[in-house]
Design a protein around this ligand. Structure first.
Ligand code: HEC
Ligand code: HEC
Length: 242
């Protein structure tokens, strides 16, 4: 096992602080004249390269310590589900984390050190994209789940579907993430961070939509998203399991 994987495992289980060079911090959407998803830097290089999933599998070993080897992340939302995400989205998010446009102090050292060259970004993204989406992710579990999901469905239809798709499949060419199969608690955390301007790399058109949401609406929209499945991309049920 590689040195970084052991360190990642230690971080995940013991949550020890990782004394390292602190991540840079860019203002992003808070900055005047900020251009969302500017086509520059290592992101553009990685986007133009053909990713090799075989090499990406090796790089992903360290990532699997937190996101799990299947890419499923954790149902409690600490680590997002990654499997099946569009390679474009993965490359953008990773490049944003590396450049300080999106804060992720827990992961930053790994994002920085496990992948050095743009080719490694492209390979890792290709591997993650090739994984099927595990169907047993974290959902909203309150007694009012049916009502929350229905309320969230209405919001989604009107304000999100155009970008993230009827089944939460996103759009590879436009960098819109896959949402189907994502954990409820991670979704709620992201919705809140995007509304409150804390995810500084977020798409400004999405920010405009979500800015006006109350906390209750964020719960409903997250409950609905966690109920979505994406036909054809979900992992097959294991034989003998219903
Ligand atoms: C120590 C734990 C840890 C390790 C190791 C780790 N991550 Fe993460 N990762 C996280 C956390 C925590 C988040 C969510 C941060 C947040 O809430 O915004 C995350 C988020 C992400 C996201 C954004 C997901 C999204 O839906 O926008 C991507 C992509 C990602 N990780 C890829 C990787 C890759 C590739 C590696 C290996 C190079 C890796 N991670 C290693 C903890 C980790
Ligand atoms: C104009 C298109 C657009 C609209 C409208 C939009 N989004 Fe997004 N959404 C995006 C993009 C692009 C991202 C990736 C953020 C970034 O730029 O890095 C994103 C990110 C997200 C994420 C984070 C995914 C992750 O893996 O971390 C969630 C969840 C999400 N959107 C849900 C919604 C919901 C719910 C709505 C409606 C209330 C919505 N979006 C409206 C384009 C859009």
């Amino acid at each position: 096992m590689r040195k970084h994987t052991l360190l990642a495992l230690a971080l995940c289980s013991a949550a020890v602080a990782f004394a390292q060079v602190p991540a840079p911090k860019k203002p992003g959407i808070e900055e005047k004249g900020y251009v969302w998803n500017a086509q520059e830097g290592e992101k553009v290089e990685a986007l133009h390269l053909k990713g090799d999933p075989k090499n990406g599998k090796e790089t992903y070993e360290v990532c699997g310590a937190c996101h799990l080897p299947s890419g499923a992340g954790r149902a409690d939302g600490t680590f997002p589900q990654l499997a099946g995400q569009h390679s474009t989205v993965l490359i953008k998010q990773l490049a944003d984390i590396r450049s300080g446009l999106r804060d992720n102090p827990t992961m930053y050292p790994f994002a920085k050190e496990a992948m050095v060259k743009p080719q490694e970004l492209a390979d890792t993204a290709a591997y993650i994209n090739s994984l099927c989406i595990p169907p047993d992710h974290g959902r909203y579990e309150g007694p009012d789940a049916a009502a929350q999901i229905a309320k969230g469905h209405d919001l989604y239809e009107n304000e999100c579907k155009n970008c993230h798709g009827v089944n939460g499949q996103g759009d590879k060419e436009k960098f819109y993430p896959v949402i189907a199969g994502q954990h409820y608690k991670y979704l709620l955390r992201q919705m809140t961070a995007i509304r409150d301007g804390k995810r500084r790399n977020a798409n400004p058109d999405m920010v405009k939509v979500i800015k006006k949401y109350t906390d209750d609406q964020l719960v409903a929209i997250s409950a609905f998203q966690a109920s979505m499945t994406m036909p054809g991309a979900m992992c097959k049920a294991k034989p003998g399991k219903k």
